[in-house]
Design a protein around this ligand. Structure first.
Ligand code: SF4
Ligand code: SF4
Length: 337
């Protein structure tokens, strides 16, 4: 806990306690929210430590740059409050442990981080990625570790993240295009919050896509479709990148439909929550998400995170909405279906 930069004074004087007041899973009025935050800070026993479903959203709700969710996570671990069963928690810790089985391409100063998700490498094809496709990193040695927030295991993050950053540095990478929100959030939110130095420039892939699409503007055939965007939990760690969705949609002729669950009110895909909050919570989130997409009149359901896509694709497809990753949507506009 020592290394988490959390400003207690900010919370003492905070008039909003928005971190908990806006929480979609815990129903607290402002006064109670403030009291619970102060209890958590002091290391007391707060109901939040049991009721939080690990949606990450309070990291965005706090407008002061404090880290309420990281603090909740620290306190849970200190008190031995597991979010998932011990077996599932240990399975995740072991599954992502570096074992020397990583893949590295022909590394240049600029490289793609595919984290530990092979599907991200598949997505990085075509004109949009022709300059950088061969320069990539993939595997547990480059895993961003953010998932351990869900499992209340920040000690794993503190232990492994500096080594991941060191592995990237050793390759001489100066700019790292993060193909997943979680990686970008790890290097731009989590690492600084723990005082872990990042010596390369993380670039969110939305920014990369936006620039490339602008370069390729003359080759774009506007899609003229309506699409709903599914915002993932990890995007709460980089809310400043959300406006790029609309910008990218604008460049490829996609109308972003209005949804109830969008922007700050987004609901995650629910899949990891199945393990930490239970089936009932996860099924409810997924049902609300799918119904909301249907009501929005979207023809396409656009995903940013491959896990969200895996969790919701079949469900939206059954309702007549075509699921697609935002990168594949951009390729479609370039005639690369
Ligand atoms: S974490 Fe942020 S929103 Fe919550 S009480 Fe502290 S300063 Fe206020
Ligand atoms: S992570 Fe989500 S569920 Fe947990 S306290 Fe923050 S907003 Fe609420």
């Amino acid at each position: 806990m020592d290394r988490l930069k959390f400003d207690e004074h900010l919370c003492t004087t905070c008039q909003t306690s928005d971190c908990l007041v806006k929480c979609q899973f815990i129903n607290l009025d402002r006064e109670t929210a403030h009291r619970e935050v102060m209890k958590i800070i002091k290391g007391g026993d707060s109901s939040v430590l049991r009721d939080c479903v690990t949606c990450y959203a309070c990291e965005e709700y706090c407008q002061w740059g404090n880290h309420p969710f990281y603090l909740i996570t620290e306190r849970r671990e200190e008190k031995g409050i597991l979010t998932a069963s011990r077996a599932i928690t240990n399975q995740w810790i072991n599954m992502c442990e570096p074992q020397g089985k990583y893949k590295v391409g022909e590394i240049k100063e600029k490289a793609l981080s595919c984290c530990f998700i092979g599907d991200l490498r598949r997505l990085a094809r075509g004109k949009l990625f022709e300059d950088v496709r061969s320069s990539y990193i993939l595997g547990p040695e480059f895993f961003c570790e953010v998932v351990y927030l869900h499992f209340a295991k920040p000690s794993v993050i503190r232990e492994r993240l500096p080594k991941v950053i060191e592995n990237i540095n050793q390759l001489g990478i100066e700019q790292l295009i993060c193909m997943h929100d979680e990686c970008y959030g790890s290097f731009t939110s989590l690492a600084p919050a723990y005082g872990i130095e990042v010596n390369f420039q993380p670039i969110h892939y939305f920014e990369y896509l936006f620039e490339k699409l602008r370069d390729l503007k003359s080759e774009i055939k506007p899609l003229n479709i309506k699409a709903a965007y599914q915002r993932p939990c990890s995007s709460r760690l980089s809310p400043d990148k959300y406006p790029f969705v609309k910008e990218i949609f604008g460049l490829i002729g996609v109308e972003m439909v209005n949804r109830k669950y969008q922007g700050e009110n987004a609901l995650c895909c629910g899949e990891v929550l199945r393990m930490v909050a239970g089936y009932e919570v996860a099924n409810d989130i997924q049902r609300k998400n799918v119904e909301d997409m249907v009501q929005s009149g979207a023809e396409y359901g656009v995903f940013n995170c491959p896990y969200c896509q895996m969790a919701l694709s079949e469900k939206v497809y059954k309702k007549g909405i075509k699921p697609i990753h935002i990168i594949d949507l951009c390729k479609m506009a370039l005639g690369e279906e």
